[in-house]
Each structure stands twice: as structure tokens, then as C-alpha cells.
Design a protein. Structure first.
Length: 213
């Protein structure tokens, strides 16, 4: 938040807890952040079943806790009328079910680092955007390359997920925003839309979603 205020006028932030950070979820903090005009979203939040550990019972209990915290984030987002930044890994069915049953379409959001799972595409009509990052440029990214043309153009976003998921040919290095151009170039090739128009389209989409003028 301090960075948003002091450094660059175009830095905006979201507030949330990733699925593995659920212990630090603290509802008291929300007001402080969410009333700030540069806090444009609630998130990251969501479900991540990729690293579940322990017995089957442990895993079930972890899932239940993640779901509970995810639902709380959705309620907070609705209360403050801010879109959600949603993280979904190995949990598409549960995440979709929660987004629909919690009426998250009231605020919409972005499925960040979209996992290319086609069952999530229908969330487009519920106000959800699809965050596309460095994975699109990976040589083994067939699934995402194939699903990309099925996403409504008005719902495409480009993201870094820095410092992770650095695009080819910088894979393995620290990711940074300037590398987004590599994602945009790849998107332009796949969709056969010129690069400038991809830039315009995804920038406008982001402004619309996060209500940035
Ligand atoms: Zn994430």
C-alpha cells in the first residue's frame, strides 16, 4: 500500500490471503486497506490443492479451511464492491462451485494465471476475466495455447505473477513487468491480432475490471 502512495501513480494493489496463507486471515484489517482508493481488488484468494499434505483426513480438513476462507474473501469483495483476484490450482470444480454459489458475479474478477481448464471458461459470462502469464510462452504450454482462442477477447488480461513464471527465453530468471511484452507477442501470434491491438485490448480490459480510469 505504501508503494502505491509514494512511488508510481500507476501501481495499484489488491488485498487478500493466498490459500496457503489462510492462518493470517484477519477480518479486522480489511477496512484499512479496502477503503483506500488505490486498492482495486480483493485477492489473491482461492483454492490450491497442489501441495496438500498428510493423511486423507488432513487433506480434507485443509480443503475445508481453504474453502471457508475463500468464501469469506468473496463476502468481503461484495461488501466493498471490489473484484476478486482468484488463484485456482488443482481445484477447478470446487472453486467454480463456490464462485457460483456465493454469487461472486456481483463483483466479478480475474482467474489469475488461468490454469487452462475449460470447465472454467463459462465463468466469463459471470464477469470473470482470464489472466494469462509467462506459461503461454513455454514450450510445453499446449493446453493453454489451445484454450486461448476460446476465451472471449473482452475477458483477456496479461499478468506477470512475478517473480515466478518468467516467459521464454528468460525462464529461470526473476520475472518482471517488462517481460509481459513477451506474453503479448505470443498472444498476438496465436490470436492473429496485431501486437498493438493486443496491448490496447488487454489494457482496456484491465481498466474496466479494476475500475481504473
Ligand atoms: Zn496465485
Amino acid at each position: 500500500m505504501e508503494l502505491c502512495e509514494k512511488v508510481w501513480w500507476y501501481i495499484f494493489c489488491g488485498r487478500g490471503h493466498t490459500p496457503y496463507d489462510k492462518e493470517s486471515y484477519d477480518s479486522i484489517e480489511w477496512d484499512k486497506y479496502l477503503i483506500h482508493k488505490k486498492c482495486v481488488a480483493v485477492g489473491e484468494c482461492g483454492l490450491d490443492y497442489f501441495r496438500l499434505e498428510g493423511t486423507p483426513e488432513d487433506k480434507e480438513s485443509e480443503k475445508a479451511q481453504q474453502k471457508e476462507v475463500f468464501k469469506k474473501h468473496i463476502e468481503i469483495a461484495k461488501k466493498y464492491s471490489k473484484p476478486l483476484i482468484v488463484h485456482i490450482r488443482d481445484a477447478s470444480s470446487d472453486a467454480k462451485e463456490i464462485l457460483l454459489s456465493s454469487n461472486a458475479k456481483e463483483v466479478g474478477g480475474v482467474l489469475h494465471c488461468f490454469n487452462a481448464d475449460e470447465q472454467l471458461l463459462s465463468l466469463s459470462k459471470d464477469g470473470f476475466y482470464f489472466g494469462i502469464g509467462g506459461v503461454l510462452t513455454f514450450k510445453n504450454a499446449k493446453k493453454l495455447v489451445n484454450v486461448l482462442p476460446k476465451i472471449d477477447h473482452e475477458k483477456l488480461l496479461i499478468e506477470t505473477d512475478g517473480p515466478y513464471l518468467t516467459p521464454h527465453p528468460h525462464r529461470g530468471e526473476r520475472n518482471e513487468p517488462s517481460y509481459c511484452t513477451l506474453v503479448a507477442k505470443k498472444m498476438s501470434e496465436i490470436l492473429e491480432i496485431n501486437l498493438q491491438n493486443i496491448a490496447k485490448l488487454t489494457t482496456n480490459n484491465a481498466k474496466k475490471l479494476f475500475n481504473i480510469s
